[in-house]
Design a protein. Structure first.
Length: 194
């Protein structure tokens, strides 16, 4: 009796597993079309239009920011399934970037950030980026606020720090500073919060 119950139980589990796999395959097939696009979410479209009002756009790059589907606008990318904006290319208009609390475990610290020279506020705390903080972070001379609090394996030698002449707030808690030399301290007097 016990053997037949176990056998029936295994068959039932196998059937449930097979049903689940077939259901997932149907869902995957239903959403695999490149033409599938639900359009952008209204509140995100409105937020982008508000953002556009604050941009100086002499080249007219954002002139395509009209109509209901913001996913079709130049520089805007959306998730084809949810319609959520997941990419925004402002070509050097970016002043505020907050990626905090996003789980980028195993992803190298993004070097493109050092090219966003108009950034004033950068929060990458608890993002779990790994690797070396790139020296081009020193290009961000307008930066006022920088939070790099890390639970990943970030490291730096702080050579980029003296050029951040506008910086008012800095957090480096959890960042590996063992390769740091003391030459930067006299050149740049700042309170470092951990």
């Amino acid at each position: 009796m016990g053997h037949s119950c176990a056998s029936a139980y295994i068959q039932l589990l196998s059937l449930i597993l097979l049903s689940g796999i077939l259901s997932l395959e149907n869902i995957k097939l239903g959403f695999s079309s490149d033409d599938h696009n639900v359009g952008c979410i209204d509140i995100e479209r409105k937020a982008l239009l508000k953002l556009k009002q604050g941009l100086t756009d002499p080249s007219g790059r954002h002139s395509s920011w009209v109509g209901e589907d913001c996913c079709k606008w130049s520089g805007v990318g959306c998730n084809n399934i949810t319609g959520c904006v997941n990419r925004l290319d402002l070509h050097n208009h970016l002043e505020y970037l907050d990626l905090s609390l996003n789980f980028f475990e195993g992803v190298q610290f993004p070097s493109f950030i050092g090219s966003q020279e108009k950034l004033k506020n950068l929060d990458l705390s608890r993002t779990y980026f790994v690797g070396v903080i790139p020296p081009n972070l020193g290009n961000l001379s307008r930066l006022l606020y920088l939070d790099l609090k890390s639970f990943g394996t970030l490291e730096t030698n702080l050579q980029w720090l003296p050029t951040l002449s506008s910086l008012k707030y800095l957090t480096l808690g959890g960042v590996n500073l063992t390769k740091t030399t003391s030459y930067w301290l006299p050149a740049f007097m700042i309170v470092v919060y951990h």
